[in-house]
Design a protein around this ligand. Structure first.
Ligand SMILES: [Zn+2]
Length: 601
């Protein structure tokens, strides 16, 4: 492993203009209790009059401009004699160093790190989690440069967990062949609980911070099953070593994929319930599947990255949606959830996509393109104006999988498309795929056209014909809410600061039509005072509406910005679906064959 990486280093260095540059980082902690990490950067072999140092503005996998340079303080540069050199800030994330008479410089700065998430850094007295895009600067135009990173842990910290290659001859020193690898290798430093296991010939390290009621043997066993199932699909596991950095919180979730590691958030005391364990394993399954889908097989816009601006792609429904589909498929294949449970969860995903008004407004390809301004920057109207490319993308994967299994008489499925794409674009061509190339592979493997699926469901907003696709496997969708006589207001109300406030208004609902607004305080309905209580499940508004019938008129008294208003509304029948998936009475042999292939029965 080491030798191939060093080979890569020479190869990339010889191709850069600044052939002599070498970068050494040193990371240390003077005031971890105040959430600072100290960064020292030594650049040698400088031949130019100036160098622009840049801090990325985003982190790959999380499509939001985060402006990491806002956390940088105390930027200072000296030459080899220790003399202070001139530097000038020329943009929000760029520092220009005057290197006219210096062939080496030492740069020091510190980074405030107090944002808990899988894609931001956090430091306190107990540990440091470094999300590298917000910690390490790169010389402009020199992302191919290799670097060495020396880590000096705080006084009683004893462990370092990272996917970076360790330089065995030096203490706490790591090697990054280029900045893409450095930026894709988060670092956990502290006294984390580490356990290891081998799966598919790959050494896996799990670094647990924050404690918890996890059972290491159970996790090793179940994680191994997921890793084996996923590796089987692609026929190759791309790493020799892989690291799971797990942050256990009172209540936590979410993960971020990386080149040969991942960062996961978890709830520390939920490992011992069936649902809690499955939630964690589904996250493991999701992030691990990204090793192939996104970290290697990727939309063409997602790498090489531009770290200074948005990187747009209309294919996040593949990158994230397919991964969301497969996270559950693989926990099912690994035997960690039953087929019934899988179908129950699938039906509830269909309900939640179909109940979201934004699904009838925003095509999933556009939702993907707009991730930077929509999914990652939601507002009170998001549910009306957009759809998640995770949940909708997973349903696109579902119908494609079923279509391919049906068309090939259960000889192939979406797995074969993903493997063929991986072989063709990652392994053979070493580049990302275009939208047209993905579609072409779907059509090649399945032998039929996907024009209508793209036109209607991906680039369009038609409602998916679920029964057509589920029917291939002898299943049908039943809406248990179809006969419901519940009255519907279409407003979400929440107890906030001892007031019952409107926090959401659903498109085309009675609340929408009558002009009830987010941030309205509801004082009374008809002659009934609305008390500022909530029994966790329902506010008094919801309770009152539940006593009414569709067609009933109600009169609300609200306070909006301190002025009292009356709003009259006519309730309607609750339009929301509550789907379940059930077997058709007498499935044919063909349907059973599709079902068996799909659910690996
Ligand atoms: Zn993901």
């Amino acid at each position: 492993m080491k030798s191939t990486r060093y080979f890569f280093l020479f190869l990339s260095m010889s191709s850069t203009l600044f052939a002599q540059n070498k970068i050494d980082f040193e990371i240390s902690f003077n005031e971890p209790q105040a959430h600072y990490v100290e960064v020292e950067m030594n650049i040698s072999g400088i031949k130019s009059k100036y160098i622009d140092l840049k801090m990325p503005v985003w982190t790959p996998g999380s499509y939001l401009i985060r402006e990491f340079s806002k956390n940088v303080e105390g930027f200072r540069v000296v030459n080899s004699k220790g003399q202070e050199l001139q530097s000038e800030k020329i943009s929000k994330n760029t520092w220009r160093l005057n290197t006219t008479n210096s062939d080496m410089v030492k740069v020091n700065y510190r980074v405030y790190s107090f944002e808990i998430s899988v894609r931001t850094s956090f430091v306190d007295e107990s540990h440091a989690f470094l999300s590298p895009t917000g910690v390490f600067m790169y010389p402009d135009g020199q992302l191919k440069l290799a670097s060495e990173i020396v880590i000096k842990p705080y006084k009683n910290w004893s462990k370092i967990s990272t996917g970076l290659e360790k330089i065995e001859s030096k203490s706490n020193t790591y090697f990054a062949p280029d900045f893409d690898v450095l930026y894709d290798s988060p670092i956990e430093i502290g006294n984390q609980d580490i356990f290891e296991f081998i799966a598919e010939g790959v050494q896996h390290e799990v670094a647990m911070y924050g404690g918890g009621n996890y059972n290491k043997e159970v996790l090793k066993r179940d994680m191994t099953k997921i890793i084996s199932e996923q590796t089987k699909t692609f026929g190759v596991n791309p790493n020799k070593r892989y690291v799971f950095i797990v942050h256990n919180f009172n209540s936590g979730g979410g993960g971020l994929e990386h080149y040969n590691s991942t960062v996961l958030g978890a709830s520390r005391n939920s490992y011992n319930t069936e649902a809690g364990l499955l939630r964690f394993l589904a996250l493991v399954s999701h992030e691990y599947y990204h090793l192939w889908n996104v970290k290697r097989l990727r939309p063409i816009a997602l790498g090489p990255f531009n770290y200074e601006q948005e990187n747009y792609t209309s294919n996040l429904w593949i990158a994230e949606g397919f991964t969301a589909y497969y996270q559950d498929i693989y926990t099912k294949r690994a035997g960690l959830q039953s087929p019934d449970r899988y179908l129950t969860n699938l039906a509830s995903s269909i309900s939640s996509v179909e109940n979201q008004p934004g699904n009838r407004v925003d095509p999933v390809s556009e939702a993907s393109f707009d991730a930077w301004i929509k999914l990652y920057r939601p507002n009170e109207n998001s549910a009306n104006s957009t759809i998640s490319y995770y949940s909708k993308g997973a349903l696109i994967a579902l119908i494609m999988d079923l279509q391919i299994i049906q068309s090939t008489r259960a000889k192939a499925g979406l797995d074969e498309v993903m493997k063929a794409m991986y072989d063709e674009y990652f392994t053979k061509k070493s580049r990302g795929y275009t939208d047209a190339e993905f579609k072409a592979m779907l059509e090649k493997v399945s032998g039929n056209s996907f024009d209508d699926v793209y036109k209607d469901y991906i680039n369009g907003i038609q409602t998916i014909d679920y029964n057509k696709y589920l029917g291939y496997a002898g299943f049908t969708l039943i809406d248990d809410a179809a006969k419901s006589k519940d009255a519907y207001l279409g407003a979400v109300t929440t107890l906030k600061d001892a007031k019952i406030m409107v926090t959401g208004v659903s498109r085309d609902s009675p609340a929408w039509i009558a002009g009830l607004n987010v941030n309205d305080e509801i004082l009374s309905i008809d002659d009934h005072r609305i008390n500022n209580v909530s029994d966790q499940r329902m506010t008094e508004v919801e309770k009152y509406i539940s006593t009414k019938k569709p067609g009933d008129k109600i009169n609300m008294t609200i306070s909006r910005d301190g002025l009292i208003r009356q709003i009259e509304l006519t309730l309607i029948k609750n339009p929301n679906h509550r789907f379940r998936i059930t077997s058709l009475p007498n499935p044919s042999e063909e349907q059973i064959a599709v079902r068996k292939r799909w659910l690996r029965l």
